[in-house]
Write a protein that binds this ligand. Structure first.
Ligand SMILES: C[S@@+](CC[C@H](N)C(=O)[O-])C[C@H]1O[C@@H](n2cnc3c(N)ncnc32)[C@H](O)[C@@H]1O
Length: 240
């Protein structure tokens, strides 16, 4: 029986794909593409690499990895979001041979140990019940020495900026969401409190990663802390 958190995550994303890319960027004041770019630069996708993108959604990060020459698998638990990724693939036939999309959960990945050269995930950890176990499962499928990177929303630490961020998330986001659809209004109301609760519950992301077997973990706060990029390397000696 799925937990209330999981049921909410599946329901939340069932109505979003059609506007997801544009509205998602607007909701972060256009900053989110910079955070994704930092993630992709760290992963350094290249021909011959196999990369897993978890919680791939409409596949924005997966496509960026594939454009770099890598072979990419995107996995997500939402059929609706994956339909968005597949529609994008139809519009980008030149990448078709390098991208595949799979329905599945971050908590139980349908892949072998050390199957991938690198792994990325964006906006995932706020939706899982057991973050430590999920991080171990993510680390499991990465080769020793493989790069891992994530993006998440953050909360600015400076007082004035934090107040402005709270106004943006509590008033601005719901208003923007309402202008688009009922589903986006729900997202707009949900995001601010959910981001704050997540960081209060998980104040040390590099420590969470280290405990899961991902070393050299570093957190980079971007856009005054509104975006968080965490990078690290799977423990163990690289095989080549
Ligand atoms: C905010 S969207 C982000 C999508 C994409 N990563 C991006 O940055 O555009 C969050 C995604 O995480 C997916 N998701 C949430 N929990 C998941 C889980 N436990 N396993 C797989 N996917 C999950 C949702 O279905 C949704 O597509």
């Amino acid at each position: 029986m799925p937990s209330p958190r999981k049921r909410h995550a599946v329901q939340l994303f069932s109505g979003l794909p059609s506007h997801y890319d544009r509205v998602g960027a607007i909701m972060s004041f256009g900053q989110d593409p910079r955070w994704r770019k930092a993630l992709v630069e760290f992963i350094s996708p290249a021909s011959g690499m196999r990369i897993l993108d978890v919680a791939t959604g409409t596949g924005m990060v997966a496509f960026a990895h594939a454009a770099g020459g890598a072979e990419v698998t995107g996995i997500d638990q939402s059929e609706a979001m994956l339909a968005g990724a597949k529609a994008r693939l139809e519009r980008t036939p030149e990448l078709a041979g390098r991208l595949s999309f799979v329905l599945g959960e971050a908590e139980a990945l349908p892949f072998s140990d050390a199957e991938f050269d690198a792994l990325s995930f964006t906006y995932l950890l706020r939706y899982v019940d057991d973050r430590a176990a999920t991080m171990r499962e993510l680390a499991r499928v990465v080769k020793p020495g493989g790069r891992v990177a994530m993006v998440e929303f953050g909360v600015p630490s400076e007082r004035t900026l934090r107040v402005l961020w709270q106004i943006h998330t509590r008033v601005g986001l719901p208003l923007m969401g309402r202008a688009v659809s009922r589903e986006w209004y729900d997202v707009g109301r949900f995001l601010g409190p959910n981001i704050e609760q997540f960081h209060a519950a998980e104040p040390d992301l590099p420590a969470l990663w280290a405990a899961a077997g991902i070393g050299q973990a570093r957190q980079q706060n971007m856009s005054f802390g509104a975006g968080v990029v965490v990078t690290g390397v799977r423990d163990g000696a690289a095989t080549e």
